[in-house]
Design a protein around this ligand. Structure first.
Ligand code: C2O
Ligand code: CU
Ligand code: CU
Length: 420
């Protein structure tokens, strides 16, 4: 049933050319743009109809990472190919709190290459509860997406995925932020909200500002945090999101502030004149449901093992014909996600589940990080660590779960569950 308040979108996967550096352009892909895509904004409670159009020369899929929808066709994982020159239609109701999500290609096993070429975009969900909080929300003025990626540029500024291929994840020495090398941003308000997405295939970002400027995290993958968390340093593993508010109050027109990962500058903020602003946030931001568990609650173990081509989930490689797990709709389970990597400083596997948001219960039996008390769909699992999650489904379907180092996912570190 369609009503007048329904919203309609067309998302087009297309090829184009992008000038990242002075000189020659390089071939890239995007959603309606030559590289990446415009931010898509959904409103909680609305029914949404989307045309998924493929103008590429190979099949792709449109995966709504973090969106609470039924699977597998609307969710857009491997099961939902859109062939060249075809347009598929999906429809769903936006049924989750305000959050920063994303859209990316997900054809198995070429997700990594397609995302690398540019098939990724930010998705924002808005709702009434968030609109009452004293957060900046003028998109493009004081509410800013930051999609963090990295690339290697070969001779004549060319991208070359195959030349850079690494089964442990492709990375490059040049930061590309919102599709731009060395971007700057004009700060015209005292407080700016950044919606940060780690859109890299493999890289972790260890974010901090010049002067060790303090900032406040207000949101994680699946929505607003129960309480604001103040930091000077923030780590994001692949596909994780963080909403932060930065107070530039101590700076003066003409000053510059820099966002870094380790000691690599990512973005320069140029301070302009602004009105002084109220900076106080409430102590309590959002209510996060926390369903009860009992001693009988099932514990579901997922083992992430191996490196390179050897990566596996529960000792197996992904097989689209095999359902690896089942869970009843509404039943709450604990999931223990184990990283068998024993090496200190070894690879962190960012573990992701489609179709839902989960809660992080513990890390090796200890409390999760202070910014892991809200909804998440992706969590970094460190070497020698078991991360316990609380997982429940409210919509039926087959959903994937996997490592979000995208080459690990394509390499088979992935499985699927049927919610019924
Ligand atoms: Cu971000 Cu299987 O996805
Ligand atoms: Cu996903
Ligand atoms: Cu991994």
């Amino acid at each position: 049933k369609e009503t007048r308040s329904d919203t309609y979108y067309t998302v087009t996967a297309q090829a184009g050319e992008t000038q990242f550096l002075p000189g020659e352009k390089t071939k890239t892909w995007g959603f309606g743009l030559p590289f990446l895509g415009k931010t898509i904004i959904f409103e909680k409670g609305k029914s949404v109809h989307i045309n998924l159009q493929n103008k590429l020369s190979e099949l792709t899929t449109f995966h709504w990472h973090g969106l609470n929808v039924s699977g597998p066709i609307v969710d857009g994982g491997c099961h939902a190919p859109v062939y060249p020159a075809e347009t598929n239609k999906i429809a769903f109701k936006v049924d989750q709190p305000a959050a920063t999500l994303w859209l990316h290609a997900h054809p198995c096993p070429s997700t990594a290459e397609q995302v690398w070429k540019g098939l990724a975009a930010m998705v924002i969900v808005k709702d009434k509860a968030e609109s009452k909080l004293p957060f900046p929300r003028k998109y493009g003025v004081d509410d800013i997406p930051l999609i963090l990626q990295d690339r290697k540029f070969h001779a004549h500024n060319q991208l070359d995925y195959n030349a850079d291929y690494d089964p442990d994840g492709v990375q490059g020495p040049t930061a590309v932020i919102n599709g731009t090398v060395n971007p700057y941003f004009d700060v015209t308000t005292q407080r700016v909200r950044f919606r940060i997405l780690n859109g890299a295939n493999r890289r972790e970002w260890r974010l901090h500002f010049s002067d060790d400027l303090q900032f406040t995290q207000i949101g994680s993958d699946g929505g607003i945090l129960p309480e604001p968390v103040a930091f000077t340093h923030l780590m994001l593993t692949c596909a994780e999101r963080a909403e932060i508010i930065v107070d530039f109050g101590k700076y003066h027109p003409g000053d510059e502030v820099t966002l870094y990962t380790d000691d690599v500058p990512l973005v320069t903020f140029k301070i302009h004149e602004f009105e002084p602003a109220e900076v106080k946030l409430p102590e309590h931001l959002a209510e996060i449901p926390n369903p009860e568990v009992t001693p009988d609650t099932p514990i579901h173990r997922v083992v992430m093992s191996g490196m390179d081509e050897e990566v596996m989930l529960d000792g197996k490689k992904f097989d689209m014909q095999r359902i690896d797990a089942k869970q009843k709709i509404g039943s709450v389970e604990l999931w223990d996600i184990v990283n068998t990597n024993q090496k200190e400083g070894g690879m962190v596997h960012p573990y992701h589940m489609h179709g839902i948001q989960f809660l992080v219960v513990s890390r090796n039996g200890h409390a999760p990080y202070p910014n892991e008390h809200g909804f998440k769909d992706t969590v970094g699992v460190n070497p020698r660590e078991t991360v316990r999650l609380k997982v429940w489904y409210d919509k039926p379907g087959v959903f994937m779960y996997h490592c979000h180092i995208i080459e690990h996912e394509d390499g088979g570190m992935m499985a699927q569950i049927e919610a019924y």
